[in-house]
Design a protein around this ligand. Structure first.
Ligand SMILES: *[C@@H]1O[C@H](CO)[C@@H](O)[C@H](O)[C@H]1NC(C)=O
Ligand SMILES: *[C@@H]1O[C@H](CO)[C@@H](O)[C@H](O)[C@H]1NC(C)=O
Ligand SMILES: *[C@@H]1O[C@H](CO)[C@@H](O)[C@H](O)[C@H]1NC(C)=O
Ligand SMILES: *[C@@H]1O[C@H](CO)[C@@H](O)[C@H](O)[C@H]1NC(C)=O
Ligand SMILES: *[C@@H]1O[C@H](CO)[C@@H](O)[C@H](O)[C@H]1NC(C)=O
Ligand SMILES: *[C@@H]1O[C@H](CO)[C@@H](O)[C@H](O)[C@H]1NC(C)=O
Ligand SMILES: *[C@@H]1O[C@H](CO)[C@@H](O)[C@H](O)[C@H]1NC(C)=O
Ligand SMILES: *[C@@H]1O[C@H](CO)[C@@H](O)[C@H](O)[C@H]1NC(C)=O
Ligand SMILES: *[C@@H]1O[C@H](CO)[C@@H](O)[C@H](O)[C@H]1NC(C)=O
Length: 844
């Protein structure tokens, strides 16, 4: 009997929790008074209904813990933020309690007097004082004396999760470091191997330790970002701040985000940033570190760099000794054991000749600067930094980092990662001049090096060329059809009449998916000989028909007109692209047909057609209420993010517009028409130049329309335009406001500036919209259509803004509507290639 008691309680409790939002009177309480207990099954609920404190079971049934979880930001009891008795679970399923005991301590008891956990406050309560425990609205449990002084709070004793409002870190006076400690396993909340905290060496770096040994470090804070995190580029979205530690005596990070963000050290040792998405009602991982081999602390040993290369099994580390250094243990090194690292080959000159020595510096780029740096506060510029390092023989390297200052290394150079994307800093490595090719042997060394380098380059080129050719060949392999006649004869008999072959799409030698190739006859049957009754619409490159396959499946058949601009090249491009891409917000290609002059693509049929048929139709536009429009916007953003970042190919669409967005039964959007899409590789400069500017007027980013330069950011621009069209129900090309003579972008900008965005919303649905969401959407749209490539956010940032409903403190710059008005006075350097931006958080 006893055994079942808690289950009834749990059941009862979940019923209560479930019903609670419906009825006000059952609102839970948030305080415990002196002597009061919280029994298993009861909970405290914070004001605002966001947090809840109570008993839970993460794994084994007979282990109960007391902790705090989200009441609002979680679908289940899955997100535990804080635990009191993580080391000693309650094992008596009916006897557990959390009590504010008479001596003024908060205790967890198993049975009666069996104390499992206590706040251990030694100061007793004075006779005329009382004490109270309260779960505050920010998720903090505080214990206050009746005079209001707080004697204990849970925020000072974090478990594994940071939530906004916490101020935990390194106490510079006492040296006490409050760290976050991972769970032992997915289901065991006992303290695990991993801890996350601030470098006790006061370097402002965050560390993840594994059993006390460093596992990962963030690099120093430069006021905006941690310089050692490759995925973190200076944008506005992080919202981290470092305490003013000189003043406060305590070094900690805090965030301007509110409750829909959290950071945790997960049981597997990764530091994660998670964001609550209201639409999907789930937590999404924004970033996690370390996730690739070079991010692991000192992967390659001292005096060596780690570079990530694309290996057979994903990313692999490539370790290389620094210039002028050789492996400490050649044998081990050659077997891939890098723990011993490298050592300097020749001593510095200053070590032999005193401070007269003429050592030099070797510049390294895109470096995650080594650990154990010292800040030289007296130096204010790069030249001074170099001089200070040159004049001190124990200085092994220096780097001048804006936002931080002059960093020098005197101990060892360790944990160096060479970033393959952007980010990282320049570092100057001290070397004896002989290593730098100066001095007597200079010319000989130079010649040898030159010969070596050029022959290597030649080899590399040959290899790349060979690979390139090989890949092209293997890219599309047509299975040879048997003789036309015999296949015709066979077709009549065979059940698989429709398929005349299979197009194999290979990716890096691996078979990804086989794409059916239909015969032209089968297409004629399916579309009733391209009957006009089956005509769905006219796409960019030809008509689209509805078709029915013999199995009854309805499909959309796109027949590329012979006169269309889409030649064989575009056709293959589209086939290969879409066949490889699979995402719920991308239209799915079911097959193709290539016969004589005919080029036909078979897609899944989207019953609701394209978005423009709704948006710009007087009757149908009402079906797109605000909720639906927001859902469509998010869906397009997800599809685009997949194209840009998450698909294996990384694709720029180049022709994003309302008529290329299709809607399925649930009005979920699917991006279609990849005829113009381009693949960009990881090695590409992420920017491309084309002489053939194709696309749709009005959606084209200025740098693309005018200079033919395209990048993921040109898609972002088109997305911004799309967003404004969806919100306003007005076409970019036709929209013209009499009063102000401004086009859609200018009109949106003007309303944004006047704080009157509701005016922009399609009048037919205005009453269904949420003004906060309108503000978010329009702000995002205006950020996307900014003139400068670098100013535009990436799609991952866009999605975060849309999902979290925050655009932080970002203000878009006024767009110059260049593409619409024609060339403006914007100088051409505006669109320089140099710093063009890149996907921020490379998915791995
Ligand atoms: C569990 O707790 C209840 C209530 O305090 C007590 O009656 C019971 O004896 C306890 N059971 C065990 C096995 O300690
Ligand atoms: C309280 O003190 C006891 C005994 O000193 C110790 O075992 C326990 O870990 C302490 N609890 C906390 C929460 O510090
Ligand atoms: C009672 O409380 C007051 C202030 O709240 C304090 O000044 C006084 O000393 C207390 N008396 C005793 C006996 O603790
Ligand atoms: C306890 O103290 C905290 C912070 O000092 C305060 O926000 C809270 O309202 C207090 N609660 C009670 C019940 O006194
Ligand atoms: C924690 O460390 C122990 C001992 O080194 C090891 O056996 C265990 O697998 C580690 N746990 C995790 C989650 O890595
Ligand atoms: C988070 O902050 C944003 C903007 O500051 C606000 O719109 C949103 O309602 C907040 N969310 C919660 C749950 O407080
Ligand atoms: C690598 O070398 C270090 C130092 O010589 C040694 O302690 C370690 O066991 C080696 N590791 C492996 C996997 O062989
Ligand atoms: C430094 O160089 C000067 C002249 O170049 C020489 O006279 C002096 O002895 C050198 N000092 C040392 C410590 O080598
Ligand atoms: C030389 O550099 C080392 C290491 O950076 C430092 O500890 C030492 O104080 C420096 N010496 C002088 C004279 O600056």
């Amino acid at each position: 009997m006893n055994y079942f008691l808690p289950f009834t309680k749990i059941l009862l409790f979940s019923v209560v929790v479930f019903l609670c939002p419906l009825s006000l009177p059952c609102r839970g309480k948030d305080t415990l008074t002196l002597g009061e207990s919280l029994q298993d099954g009861d909970t405290l609920i914070s004001k605002g209904d966001i947090f809840e404190l109570g008993f839970f079971t993460p794994g084994e049934l007979n282990r109960r813990y007391i902790g705090i979880w989200y009441r609002s930001f979680s679908t289940k009891l899955e997100t535990i933020l804080w635990i009191a008795n993580r080391e000693k679970p309650v094992t008596n399923l009916s006897g557990g309690a959390l009590t504010l005991s008479r001596d003024g301590n908060l205790i967890v008891t198993n049975t009666g007097s069996d104390v499992l956990w206590s706040t251990n406050i030694s100061t007793p309560i004075s006779s005329n004082q009382s004490r109270i425990v309260q779960l505050l609205a920010d998720g903090n449990i505080v214990m206050n004396n009746s005079d209001g002084t707080t004697v204990w709070q849970s925020f000072d004793y974090p478990t594994d999760t940071y939530i906004p409002g916490m101020r935990v870190g390194l106490d510079l006076q006492t040296g006490v470091n409050q760290v976050f400690t991972s769970w032992r396993s997915k289901t065991d909340p006992a303290p695990g191997n991993f801890t996350l905290g601030i470098d006790p060496g006061r370097s402002t770096q965050l560390f993840v330790w594994d059993g006390g040994r460093p596992r990962w470090r963030s690099g120093r804070w430069n006021g905006q970002i941690f310089i050692g995190i490759e995925k973190m580029i200076p944008t506005y979205m992080y919202n981290f701040k470092l305490s003013n530690y000189d003043l406060e005596g305590k070094m900690y990070y805090y965030t301007g985000f509110n409750v829909s963000h959290r950071y945790m050290i997960s049981w597997d040792g990764t530091d994660q940033h998670l964001i609550w998405s209201e639409t999907s009602r789930s937590w999404t991982r924004f970033f996690a570190e370390p996730t690739s081999p070079c991010e692991l602390y000192n992967q390659c040993g001292n005096y060596a760099t780690c570079t990530e290369i694309d290996g057979k099994a994903g990313f692999e580390p490539l370790c290389m000794c620094l210039k002028g250094h050789i492996p400490a243990k050649e044998n081990e090194w050659n077997y891939g054991n890098w723990t011993s690292g490298c050592v300097r080959r020749v001593p510095y000159k200053c070590e032999k000749e005193g401070n007269n020595g003429t050592d030099g510096f070797w510049r390294m780029q895109r470096v995650k600067l080594p650990d154990l740096s010292e800040l030289n506060p007296d130096v204010m510029d790069e030249a001074g930094c170099q001089a200070s390092c040159l004049n001190n023989c124990s200085c092994k390297a220096y780097s001048y980092v804006s936002g931080i200052g002059c960093l020098v290394w005197g101990v060892h150079l360790l944990d160096m990662h060479i970033f393959t994307g952007r980010g990282g800093n320049d570092m100057y490595l001290r070397l004896a001049s002989i290593e730098l090719g100066q001095g007597k042997k200079k010319s000989v060394v130079v010649i040898i090096v030159a010969v070596l380098v050029s022959s290597f380059a030649l080899l590399a080129c040959t290899y790349l060329l060979w690979r390139c050719l090989k890949r092209k060949k293997g890219f599309v392999r047509w299975r040879k059809e048997k003789g036309e006649g015999s296949s015709n004869a066979k077709r009549r008999k065979d059940v698989t009449t429709e398929l005349s072959g299979v197009l194999k799409i290979t990716d890096e030698g691996q078979l990804l998916r086989e794409l059916p190739v239909f015969s032209f006859d089968a297409i004629i049957t399916a579309t009733d000989n391209f009957s006009y009754r089956n005509l769905l619409g006219e796409g960019g490159f030809g008509p689209v028909y509805k078709g029915v396959l013999p199995e009854g499946q309805e499909v959309a058949v796109k027949r590329l007109s012979k006169s269309s601009g889409q030649g064989m090249e575009e056709f293959k491009n589209e086939v290969i692209l879409i066949a490889k891409l699979q995402h719920r917000n991308l239209v799915r290609l079911l097959g193709c047909c290539l016969q004589d002059e005919e080029k036909i693509l078979i897609y899944e049929l989207m019953p609701n057609g394209s978005l423009d048929a709704f948006l710009f139709d007087d009757e149908k536009k009402r079906q797109l209420d605000w909720r639906t429009r927001y859902k469509i916007i998010e869906g397009i953003a997800r599809g685009l993010l997949y194209l840009h970042r998450d698909s294996r190919l990384r694709v720029i669409h180049r022709d994003l517009k309302v008529s290329n967005i299709l809607l399925d039964e649930e009005m979920d959007p699917k991006i279609s028409d990849f005829g113009l899409a381009r693949i960009f590789g990881k090695d590409d400069n992420e920017l491309n130049n084309t002489k053939r500017v194709v696309g749709t007027y009005g959606y084209m980013a200025p740098e693309y329309a005018m200079q033919g330069i395209f990048s993921v950011k040109s898609d972002v621009y088109s997305f911004g335009v799309l967003l404004l069209e969806i919100i306003s129900g007005k076409k970019i090309s036709t929209y013209y406001n009499h009063e102000f003579s401004l086009y859609l972008l200018g009109y949106a900008w003007k309303l944004w500036h006047e704080n009157n965005l509701i005016e922009l919303v399609e009048p037919a649905i205005r009453e269904t919209c949420s003004s906060a969401e309108v503000v978010t959407c329009v702000t995002v749209a205006l950020l996307c259509v900014q003139d400068h490539v670098n100013d535009r956010p990436t799609m991952s940032t866009v999605l975060i803004m849309l999902e979290s409903g925050t655009t932080a403190s970002m203000s878009p710059r006024q767009p110059s509507f260049a593409a619409i008005r024609g060339p403006t006075n914007t100088d051409s350097s505006t669109f320089e290639l140099a710093n063009a931006s890149i996907t921020v958080f490379t998915g791995r």
